[in-house]
Design a protein around this ligand. Structure first.
Ligand SMILES: [Zn+2]
Ligand SMILES: [Zn+2]
Length: 397
């Protein structure tokens, strides 16, 4: 591996920063202490900052030379509302909150790059260090954009990175095009007419209608969707009724839809609505149809992905970069940034979990698992990637 020596020398300090953040997790838009830590470090290292975009967001501004070029590097800072079961010393001190997605590590890796870049300044242009809140469902990336991130700071491209358990340490994965799915949720209420269950002819049974809708929706995936476009339609909750002998007034269908492009998403939403409305009509019932688009699909831009892949290959070797990594149906709000700016999002291998010291809980080291821990071995790898990417991007011809 081709890691930067001063970053390796800084590894112990980076690990301390990472574990401090891990021990003090904060949820969406409440990352006050984490933002304070980030702001203090950047200031201590002589990097000007702007705070408050997306409530708790922090942007570090590293300028050198007189080139007008600019690049954005983004890390997320928030944790999850879940109980950590690890018992090692840096386990969560905040009950019911946990860094189970490794955003503590993402923040530390970007800080590691910031520290090196501020000291060595081997670049010409501007590097924006974007520390965003609320990736876990809060759409913090979008909030920072709504607060003027790209208007206030004019960058040519923006890059993101997520640790990925299962990919060995020292390896990266990336793919051009769709890498993560759009995430959407729906709630459909079927309104019928309640009555005695022994006299169904006196009412309109919403449970029966809901079941018909649920069955028919699956034909959208098998009969309407282009088989070459991956998509998921999962009904995760069906509610209705409260007694064995009462037909209720209404029933509800709740769930999620995932797609890798907006074309499939438009199709699925439209067909779900048609099927729900027409099925209800066929049984004399009515529906209220609610469909909410949370995160769009994450689409890596071709040229920036090729550029990022080259940097990763320079850092860890060609054989250690999977440039056709399998996309995932998970979602990520960095997708909003990639809708507005060219750029690329990559996975950095977090290993299989054997990095965890004694005191971790049972279970695998998967993301969102109560015994997950970010792998500190990644800190210099991720920080080196950020540095080399920024330097090369600003120097490209
Ligand atoms: Zn997560
Ligand atoms: Zn995450």
């Amino acid at each position: 591996m081709n890691l930067i020596d001063p970053i390796l020398e800084f590894q112990t300090e980076l690990q301390t920063i990472r574990r401090t953040i891990h021990a003090h997790p904060e949820l969406c838009f409440e990352e006050h202490d984490t933002a304070e830590l980030v702001a203090n470090k950047l200031t201590e290292w002589g990097i000007p900052i702007v705070r408050g975009l997306g409530v708790t967001g922090v942007v570090g501004i590293l300028k050198n030379g007189d080139s007008g070029r600019a690049i954005g590097l983004r890390a997320d800072m928030d944790a999850l509302p879940m109980q950590e079961i690890n018992t090692f010393p840096h386990t969560s001190k905040n009950d019911g909150k946990m860094h189970a997605c490794g955003h503590d590590g993402h923040t530390a890796m970007l800080l590691g790059a910031a520290h090196y870049l501020a000291q060595h300044r081997n670049f010409d242009g501007t590097i924006y260090l974007i520390f965003q809140p609320a990736e876990e469902g809060g759409g913090g990336a979008k909030r920072m954009m709504d607060d003027g991130l790209f208007k206030q700071f004019n960058m040519d491209a923006v890059f993101g990175m997520h640790n990925w358990p299962g990919i060995p340490v020292g390896q990266f994965g990336v793919t051009a095009g769709a890498m993560m799915a759009s995430s959407n949720e729906f709630e459909v209420i079927v309104n019928g007419k309640g009555c005695h269950a022994a006299q169904p002819h006196k009412g309109i049974d919403p449970v029966m209608v809901a079941v018909q809708i649920a069955q028919s929706w699956q034909t959208i995936i098998t009969r309407n969707r282009n088989p070459l476009d991956a998509a998921v339609l999962s009904i995760t909750q069906i509610h209705g009724g409260s007694a064995t002998n009462v037909i209720p007034d209404d029933a509800r269908l709740i769930g999620t839809v995932r797609t890798f492009n907006l074309r499939s998403l438009d199709l699925i939403e439209e067909r779900m609505r048609q099927i729900a409305e027409h099925t209800a009509q066929a049984f004399d019932a009515t529906v209220e149809f609610h469909f909410k688009r949370n995160y769009p699909p994450l689409i890596n831009h071709e040229a920036e992905t090729a550029f990022a892949a080259q940097i990763m290959q320079d850092v860890v070797g060609t054989e250690n970069v999977d440039i056709h990594v399998e996309p995932t149906m998970g979602a990520e709000d960095f997708a909003f940034m990639l809708q507005e700016k060219p750029g690329c999002y990559v996975f950095i291998g977090n290993g299989e979990g054997d990095h965890r010291m004694a005191g971790h809980g049972l279970g695998p080291c998967n993301l969102h698992n109560p015994s997950y821990d970010f792998n500190d071995d990644l800190l210099p790898i991720g920080a080196t990637y950020w540095v080399r990417l920024a330097e090369a991007w600003l120097a490209r011809t």
